[in-house]
Design a binder for this molecule. Sequence first.
Ligand SMILES: [Zn+2]
Length: 66
Amino acid sequence: MSEPSTAVRKVACPACKGPSLFGPGNPWRPFCSQRCRSADLGAWASERFRVPAQAPTEDESQPPDS
Ligand SMILES: [Zn+2]
């Protein structure tokens, strides 16, 4: 149990499922590379754009000609 907290861990890259170093030396963590990180962020962005806003504003629930 003498492992330092700064030890670099090996994790699975969320994008390519490959080995990724999770530590200070990897700025793209938990991804293995910048390419994987931007690819995942791109998927995230398109996913967010596809999903419409779930919560309508309260003002819109009232008819304009009341
Ligand atoms: Zn990757």
